[in-house]
Design a protein around this ligand. Structure first.
Ligand code: XUL
Ligand code: CO
Length: 440
């Protein structure tokens, strides 16, 4: 049976193609800096938004029209697996990602739930034998069920901590079984709403204890995937502990976990934290902690996680600038943690959305590579900091200056000359590169 009858294999046809089910810019074989686009971009499909999501919002029921809507329970789970592999195949995407409960139904019995997960994982493993698609990462849903009302590893109730451990233990086993390249920890409800009832110190210590146990168990079973923390500042809790990359990094350093984790950076989480996407990527990159990306975008007019498919070319260009400067994402990838809008309810929209997102990152990658090749920003930045390459600046950088020496130097200064930062000029150049790259 086919779940997506309207669509055959999505191919690269170039910018002049009028075929809505073709890539206009994403050409998996085209090379950028010695890597093919497929190798550089490593796109992934989020199982939860694309196959589990039903298009509901706080005001209304699901709108998504899916060929498996009439099913429920384990039958629904199985139909979604069939549909997902048809989708991966047709889109030609190399990776997918899931939470345990995206793929299998939860019941009141933990044992039964774990059995359901095992059953669907066996089915997925079977499909993976004949498919090219690989698992970028898996994770555990520890935020939907009412038991997680006060958190998981940071809950005030030790029974919940134990339940969470059982879930992540299974998640690590599943990751190993399916050859996952990463394992993600997004702090679903790891945070708090009010300090009036919260022991923040204990909660953070417990979170670190939980991560150490996960690390030990992964080692015990020989699962060597990269662990990733996915920062988010708020939602669902008012104060999420993994607020942003800098906060997460301080946590990892305090608890001696910095060698175990990298970051999975989501664009919409960055903007909710009051940062740009590229700020978070840069913060991770300069600390050697850029692991993977949840590719999406927020809405500047809305203060929550809208998880839209990424189409903003300035953002994808500046993101790819960081990723290329990082020499790619290693075992990470660009996972579309993005959902079609509630009004885009039919299955064709799932293809349109991914095609738009993949093309947007392909454009970003090509423009970013040209900016790097032409050293447009590098030359400017180098010149801007050139005072640190000789004289007193070089002494500072080389550790040959102290306050005595600097005071003496400052007292002798007759004139201080600052130069313009040229922001507007640089933004104009960025626009020129965006247009020029495809005008040829
Ligand atoms: C929530 C979010 C999650 C994580 C995985 O905002 O981004 O879907 O990516 O748990
Ligand atoms: Co995410």
């Amino acid at each position: 049976m086919s779940y997506f009858k309207n669509v055959n294999h999505v191919k690269f046809e170039g910018a002049n193609s009028t075929n809505p089910f073709a890539f206009k810019y994403y050409n998996p074989e085209e090379k950028i800096n010695g890597q093919t686009m497929e190798e550089l971009l490593r796109f992934g499909v989020s199982y939860w938004h694309t196959f589990t999501g039903e298009g509901n919002d706080p005001f209304g029921a699901g709108t998504a029209v899916r060929p498996y809507n009439h099913l429920s329970g384990i039958d629904l789970a199985k139909a979604r697996v069939e549909a997902s592999f048809e989708f991966f195949e047709k889109l030609g995407v190399p990776y997918f990602c899931f939470h345990d409960l995206d793929i299998a139904p939860e019941t009141d019995s933990l044992k039964e739930t774990l059995n359901n997960i095992d059953e669907i994982v066996a089915m997925i493993k079977d499909y993976m034998k004949t498919s090219k698609v690989k698992l970028l990462w898996n994770t555990a849903n520890m935020f939907t069920h009412p038991r997680w009302v006060h958190g998981a590893a940071t809950a005030p109730n030790a029974d919940i901590f134990a339940y969470a451990a059982a879930k992540v233990k299974k998640g690590l086993e599943v990751g190993k079984e399916l050859g996952s390249e990463n394992y993600v920890f997004w702090g679903g409800r790891e945070g708090y709403d009010t300090l009036l009832n919260t022991n923040m110190g204990l909660e953070l210590d417990n979170l670190a204890r939980f991560f150490h146990m996960a690390k030990d168990y992964a080692k015990e079973i020989g699962f060597d995937a990269q662990f990733l923390i996915e920062p988010k500042p708020q939602e669902p809790t008012k104060h999420q502990y993994d607020f942003d990359v800098a906060t997460g990094l301080a946590f990892l350093q305090k608890y001696d976990l910095q060698d175990t984790f990298k970051f999975n950076i989501e664009a919409n989480h960055a903007t909710l934290a009051g940062h740009t996407f590229e700020h978070e990527l840069r913060t991770a990159r300069i600390n050697g902690m850029l692991g993977s990306v949840d590719a999406n975008q927020g809405d500047t007019l809305l203060g929550w996680d809208t998880d839209e498919f990424p189409t903003d070319l300035h953002s994808t260009t500046l993101a790819m600038y960081e990723i290329i400067k990082n020499n790619g994402l290693g075992t990470g990838g660009l996972n579309f943690d993005a959902k079609v809008r509630r009004g885009s309810f039919d299955t064709d929209d799932l293809f349109h959305a991914h095609i738009a997102g993949m093309d947007a990152f392909a454009i970003g990658a090509k423009v970013a590579q040209r900016l790097i090749d032409d050293k447009v920003l590098d030359n400017f930045v180098e010149e801007r900091y050139s005072s640190y390459t000789s004289g007193i600046g070089l002494d500072i950088v080389e550790g040959k200056a102290d306050f005595h020496k600097l005071e003496k130097y400052a007292l002798e200064l007759t004139e201080i000359k600052n130069t313009s930062g040229r922001q507007e000029q640089l933004k104009g150049i960025l626009n020129k590169y965006l247009l020029e790259t495809f005008a040829k």
